[in-house]
Design a protein around this ligand. Sequence first.
Ligand code: GAP
Length: 435
Amino acid sequence: MKAKTENLMQAIISLSKQRGFMYPGSEIYGGISGMWDYGPLGLRLKQNVEKLWWRMFVENREDMYGLDSSVITHPDVWKASGHVASFADPLIDCKKCQSRFRADQIDVSLGCPDCSSHDFSEVRPFHMMFKTFVGAVEDSAAETYLRPETAQGIFLNFKNVIDSFHPALPFGIAQIGKAFRNEITPGNMLFRLREFSQMEIEYFVRPHDWEKYFEAWRTNINAWGEALGLRLQEIEVPAPERAFYSKRTIDFNFSYPFGQDELYGLAYRGDYDLQNHTKFSGKDLYYFDEATKERIVPHVIEPTFGVDRTILALLLSAYATEPDKEGTRTVLKLKPNLAPYTAAVFPLLSNKPELVLRAREIYQGLKSSLAVAWDDIGNIGKRYRRQDEIGTPYAITVDFETLEDGSVTVRDRDSMQQERVNETELAEYLRTKIA
Ligand code: GAP
């Protein structure tokens, strides 16, 4: 089981590196733990995920407002949010080999996972926010933090959005952006990073309505999982394990090769954040109901989605090796609307200028509205293999028949079946497939 686990993670890591999905951060300097860079294909995949999320949860709804707030905020934000006091993980050191662990992730009675010693330090809280300094002088007055969650930027702009747009309750504010956590034990590639992206919604509701909207968002998260083809498992998080701000949490877990763990979360934050920011900032953060003339401090339902964990889960779910005519092929069975390229265009023979010219015309025609790749290296079999490996759902070959009747061969990545499609219908054909 362990070998299989390591093999699948290793296969994803090597494919990502070789084919330009993900590169280890600062690699030429020996790397830096907990950081990964998105290569050209990984970036396309990430942008497709973010676009789909934004369309589903912001553009397609009338009750959602988008936001892009700054990563660095006034330092008091993190006092008000409770992060300065409570955003810590329990740290334990092995006194023999000096390895550090999260005390809640190891079984100390089994000894140190690295050297088996039982000589451990006391468990102590390790603060996870990255400190930084704003301004030219490195004194403590200018000290603040990189945000550990995108959520707080939303609470800071709660009143601004109300004043600009006068939304009716319930309404939500959504944001996609970076978050930073100095994790004790980063690892498992994109699973536990120190710099990562979140897609978050703070959904503001009348206090007595919270359960209804908690259920609605629970359904929405599952619908998102289905849209991506990811199997999610819900886990009700017991009170002692919930984040300090949450009155109820459901984790949406995924089966990674290293075990089942959190992919997404849904939390009921009550009025914790709005009340605390009111207290610390001295500005009243409330909603004024014009109809009833009531001042309401809304309660908050928070669905949160890790972007990088989504990418990892998609790569793991899509990865397959299977027999084909020439032996074994590696294929990423990504959904067509998420794959880095929708199609690749090939001239059948790269030494026939008339085929290359016609194929380039078709490629250029599609490129203005669709994500298409060009490939004219090696034989067709090799090109299919290369495109399968990066998950391109359709491969279009321009051959001598194309010159006569305008038809091209379209080969389906998963079934490996081919059909002839007229070049004038190609763009529509592909658009229907990715709709
Ligand atoms: N605002 C709520 C919040 O930040 P969280 O459960 O701490 O809640 C939300 O984080 C999501 O962010 C997680 O479900 C996960 O997908 C992602 N995430 C959290 N820590 C991460 C890390 N170190 N590396 C990658 N993704 C992480």
